[in-house]
Ligand binder design. Structure first.
Ligand code: GLC
Ligand code: CA
Length: 560
């Protein structure tokens, strides 16, 4: 093991992300809920995961599916109540599964009592909980734009000032410079730890400290630089660590769009006392210009994709820990995006599983990824539910883009691609609900569902189980070094994992072409053992010359 890197349960864990609204509906109102999740804990356990990351379940008017919280100490009515939550935590713990919640602390809902008070008058005790500014030359205080489209400031008539909202206007940004705000957040975090949770995924956490003076920005990238990693960010994280995190044996992962280089090290360095891990977004920005905000597809190259993973790994080598994910509730389905969701759906989903589970860093699986769920393509914009999809659609239409073109882009990139209901079986609505689902089910549920996956030994689901077991049985796949091979190959992603004596070779064909991986480095090994692959019949290779069929994945153990 590397010096400087300590063994920790959260480094050895595999995480399963649940989007409650779309996971399982227990009472027929068409909306997934906590009792639905409880009823599926056996299934989650069967995959072999150790941690559940639960997307927000707090009380919320739902303008952004729970990322707009009106009460941090209560559960959204549609999802259940605090007793259901306690039962879920206990049920998971009984199976040896930990549970982390989503902490949304950059902003609240405008229906949170803090904001209701704050907007009442300029001298209200909660005024400074949010970021209020007077007009500048009769207009917004600066030219910042919201991530979900439109201006980042909203005028409030009661007091004649503007408040900042980096996301929807129903999501006012909290003012972290106010000590009382920080204290309130730490209190509620402690409250949840006392209830029994095991950690937090922290929503857009690198945005809590803004550039003083909030200068105008010429473009979105420049604006991003003013809202992330502000001058007090690390001070706040260390304070949070002191006041909350250090008191528990917990796990933390911060969502950190745009955080690179030194800032990564400062946030997750082992000696920094801030966060355990962050989510970096470079690989999910490769095929779409996130900053342009128009959902337009751009070409991506495997060699660039590889370099992102290499840079990420090297940056923290021996000093901190990475997270690894291919998708989440904000991203399209990884299978549809990076591989092939048609002819080679099964092979390529298994190939991606091999990839995710042999990287150094804690792997995060998103619900449905383990059965090879795919993007959805609704014919009408009316079938979509996501606020950012609507906002992008409308703003691009006003830029002159046709609705056909926009629907095509939405088919590739809408966040709703990953939010269609979990496909449990081939009964109506995929077994997700007995009522009308809040968002339509993907029509391919008759072929792609959990019941089918469980009964078929060759399914993607069984392959995930095998891969997780392989990772668990070989600590070197968790902690061992990562060495990229054939950096410029545009079809094959190959790398070594391990240190000294113990080594694994991972070879992945990211293309639908047959190809070969030639590796002279193999000459220094006496023999190799193929420990897993995603094709049933195994081709005969030498370690220096490996044949690969479409999306074939092979993992070898090497012996010298
Ligand atoms: C994060 C969440 C996303 C949400 C946004 C605003 O990016 O993952 O779902 O819309 O923050 O809270
Ligand atoms: Ca329900």
């Amino acid at each position: 093991m590397l010096p400087g890197i300590k063994r920790k349960w959260w480094k050895e864990a595999v995480v399963y992300q649940i989007y409650p609204r779309s996971f399982m509906d227990s009472n027929g109102d068409g909306i997934g809920d906590l009792r639905g999740i409880i009823s599926k804990l056996d299934y989650v356990h069967s995959i072999g995961v150790d941690v559940i990351w639960l997307c927000p379940v707090y009380k919320s008017p739902n303008c952004d599916n729970g990322y707009d919280i009106s009460d941090y100490r209560n559960i959204m009515d549609e999802f259940g109540d605090i007793n259901d939550m306690k039962e879920l935590i206990a049920g998971a713990h009984k199976k040896g599964i930990k549970l982390i919640m989503d902490l949304v602390a950059n902003h609240t809902s405008d229906e949170h009592e803090w904001f209701i008070e704050s907007r009442k008058s300029k001298d209200n005790p909660f005024r400074d909980y949010y970021i209020w500014k007077p007009a500048k030359d009769g207009k917004e205080p600066n030219n910042w734009m919201a991530f979900f489209g439109g201006k980042a400031w909203k005028y409030d008539e009661t007091t004649g000032e503007y408040y900042l909202h980096l996301f929807a206007d129903k999501q006012p940004d909290l003012n972290w410079e106010n000590e009382k705000v920080r204290k309130s957040i730490y209190d509620l975090m402690n409250w949840w730890f006392e209830i029994g949770i095991d950690g937090f995924r922290m929503d857009v956490i690198n945005m809590i400290s803004k550039m003083p003076g909030m200068p105008n920005a010429d473009n979105f990238l420049e604006q991003l630089s003013y809202v992330i990693n502000g001058p007090r960010f690390h001070e706040y994280m260390q304070e949070m660590n002191r006041e909350v995190l250090s008191r528990y044996d917990c796990m933390t992962v911060g969502e950190c769009l745009g955080t690179t280089g030194d800032e990564v090290i400062k946030t997750v360095g082992e000696d920094r006392n801030e966060l355990n891990m962050i989510f970096r977004m470079e690989h999910v920005c490769l095929d779409m210009d996130l900053m342009a905000g128009n959902m337009k597809k751009i070409d991506w190259k495997l060699s660039d994709f590889k370099k992102i993973f290499l840079e990420k790994d090297q940056l923290l080598d021996g000093i901190g820990w990475n997270s690894q994910f291919l998708m989440n509730h904000d991203q399209p389905r990884a299978l549809s995006r990076f591989a092939d969701d048609k002819e080679y759906r099964v092979e390529s989903a298994k190939m991606l599983a091999t990839f995710l589970l042999t990287l150094r860093g804690t792997p995060y699986i998103y619900q449905g990824e383990e059965i090879g769920m795919t993007n959805v393509a609704f014919d009408s914009i009316d079938d979509y539910r996501d606020i950012s999809t609507f906002n992008t659609y409308n703003s691009e239409l006003s830029n002159g883009v046709t609705s056909e073109e926009m629907l095509e882009r939405i088919h590739s990139f809408s966040r709703d691609n990953s939010r269609t209901p979990m496909q449990w079986d081939e009964s109506e609505n995929a077994g997700f609900t007995k009522g009308t689902p809040w968002i339509k089910v993907n029509q391919n549920y008759k072929e792609i569902n959990v019941a089918q996956a469980e009964s078929d030994k060759g399914s993607i689901y069984h392959y995930y189980r095998d891969m997780i077991k392989l990772r668990k049985d070989n600590l070197v796949l968790v902690y061992g070094g990562f060495e990229l091979l054939a950096e410029e190959d545009e079809r094959v992603f190959a790398y070594l994992r391990g240190d000294g004596e113990e080594k694994f070779l991972v070879v992945l064909n990211f293309s639908k072409d047959e190809t070969r991986f030639l590796w002279t480095g193999g000459e220094s090994y006496k023999f190799q053992q193929l420990v897993i692959s995603n094709y049933a019949d195994r081709s005969l290779d030498t370690i220096c010359d490996i044949n690969l069929r479409p999306y074939e994945a092979k993992v070898y153990k090497l012996f010298n």
